[in-house]
Write a protein that binds this ligand. Sequence first.
Ligand code: ATP
Ligand code: MG
Length: 393
Amino acid sequence: MNDVFKRALPVLQKLTTAGFEAYFVGGSVRDYLLNRTISDVDIATSAFPEEVKTIFSSTFDTGIAHGTVTVRENGECYEVTTFRTEGTYEDFRRPSEVTFIRSLEEDLLRRDFTMNAIAMDEKFQLHDPFSGRISIQNKEIKAVGKAQERFHEDALRMMRAIRFLSQLDFHLEKETEAALQSQIELLQHTSVERITVEWVKMIKGPAVKRAMDLLLKVEMENFLPGLKGKASALKEFASWDWEKRTTENAIWLGLVTTVQPSNVTAFLKAWKLPNKTIQLVGKTYQYALNKKQVWSAEELYHAGVDVFSLVNEINVIQYGENQQETLNRAYQALPIHSKKDLAITGADLLKWSNEQAGPWLKETLEKIERAVILEEIDNEKNQIRRWLGYHEE
Ligand code: ATP
Ligand code: MG
């Protein structure tokens, strides 16, 4: 038995000792059957949230409205979710209300794909009412129940199907693919935040090229932020060697350099990305467009480590060319790394010149900064003073 499950076993045991049912469910069971690294262990139980909270000494109400209580056990956190059905779906979105139930099978029935609807109990017995194991053997992504209805309930499942294709290198079962093709436009009702999560997982998967082929075949791009009519750019984007990626920012920089939206900030905002990402990718975009291979001292100085490293990452992914060490060395060799490193300040200039502060001050500082970066002068007080034409003290 896998160590991750062994560590989590006391959580199941405490629940069953208290008279409830409890199982490992979802991605962890699927990944275990696939011999993949297990990320997080999700637990489903017949105990209602308030009951879960009386059984464990340390709990957090993370998603209590949806039945999820986070439980701390042996220094690790586990999400324990009450069996539930999702009632009625409105607007093709995940329902806001859920009903707690006591039946495992009904809980598995609301799950998206057969491979994700397998439960494992404390004796490591599998409960697999929808033949998820057979789907896994056939490397097949198959909706639980009627695909058409399941995608209609929650359109995000179509995007999840494609990200699982990429992540697991599976294919879509026939009826599931047909349902995807026939109602892809429902995706427009899904919240962008959920789409973005799945998009990132799709790009991180080993079969991203095949996933993109299917995405373009069903014309899903028309319902993704800023990607309407961008099929050929996306094909190019997916052809890069994404396995060489190290940061998530590279996904967004790669996307804007291939799609070239008229307003990069607005494009990234439409994906609801964090401001930090928008700012960094926005600043890096101009440098990346030039596909810089040779950086001048001034460019390195103004770009900074984060920017030139991100451009380099894109060059690695797109062309297999890695210049990181050369760039680091050139950057380290710069005489200064910010205005603060200058040997003089605005106060020195005021004293030397006997003039009032004004725009000239900033201009002069920038002139000095540039001369120092280009090594026309040393970053040394007296030399700068002489260079400006002021008498020495
Ligand atoms: P990953 O390894 O990427 O986390 P996962 O299968 O665990 O994959 P999650 O998004 O963490 O995916 O969801 C956990 C489980 O919840 C899924 O395995 C599935 O059973 C169920 N699930 C998640 N999203 C949906 C959805 N939109 N519709 C139905 N069931 C879902
Ligand atoms: Mg998961």
